[in-house]
Design a protein around this ligand. Structure first.
Ligand code: RBF
Length: 176
């Protein structure tokens, strides 16, 4: 069986798309190609470490899903102790047939030791594996910063809200 991809206007996508960058700080994304998500079900996994920040990221993700037509009753939010546990949390959700996409949210702040490297790499690899294993979008809303201030800037501050972008990425992949 051959798979014929739908051709999209790449140029338009590239010029219109602008996640937070040094030049453009607010969370923006190309919603032109978003599919109808009114019947889609989302699972959000949120780490409890730095929960004052992860809760803001989670709210950003939920608001974005609702803004684009998801139904409140089709959004499931689960917490895990820390970001390291996001991978298994994502797998638990991806296993559920009714869940169409998983959004993972955490904040890892660099400390005196290399814990952040281990956690961040494990989460990046782990979430990639879950997405490929279950053939479902699993988005990486992990804020990895050197300082608390930098994390706050990415949770509704001058660098936007990475929860918004994680939700937009999940919708974007459902629209693939
Ligand atoms: N979890 C986070 O989500 N963010 C952190 O910044 C974070 N820092 C940690 C620092 C150290 C030294 C350790 C041991 C754990 C940290 N965790 C953090 C928790 C980690 O993600 C996980 O929940 C625990 O290691 C238990 O598996």
């Amino acid at each position: 069986m051959t798979f014929k991809p739908r051709i999209t206007n790449t140029e338009q996508r590239i010029t219109k798309r602008s996640m937070a960058t040094a030049l453009k700080n607010l969370s923006e994304y190309n919603q032109n190609k978003f599919t109808d998500i009114s019947q889609k079900t989302f699972g959000i996994v949120v780490a409890e470490w730095h929960d004052d920040i992860t809760s803001v990221l989670c709210q950003g993700a939920v608001d974005t899903l609702l803004k684009h037509g998801a139904k409140k009753e089709n959004i499931y939010i689960n917490t895990v102790p820390g970001s390291f546990e996001l991978t298994l949390g994502a797998q638990f959700l991806a296993l559920q047939e009714e869940i169409d996409a998983v959004i993972c949210i955490g904040v890892v702040i660099k400390g005196d030791t290399k814990h952040d490297d281990y956690i961040n790499n494990a989460v990046a690899n782990g979430l990639t594996n879950v997405a490929l294993k279950f053939n479902k979008p699993v988005s990486f809303g992990l804020v990895t910063t050197n300082t608390l201030e930098q994390a706050l800037e990415r949770a509704g501050g001058k660098h936007g809200n990475k929860g918004v972008e994680a939700a937009a990425a999940a919708i974007g992949m459902l629209s693939f």
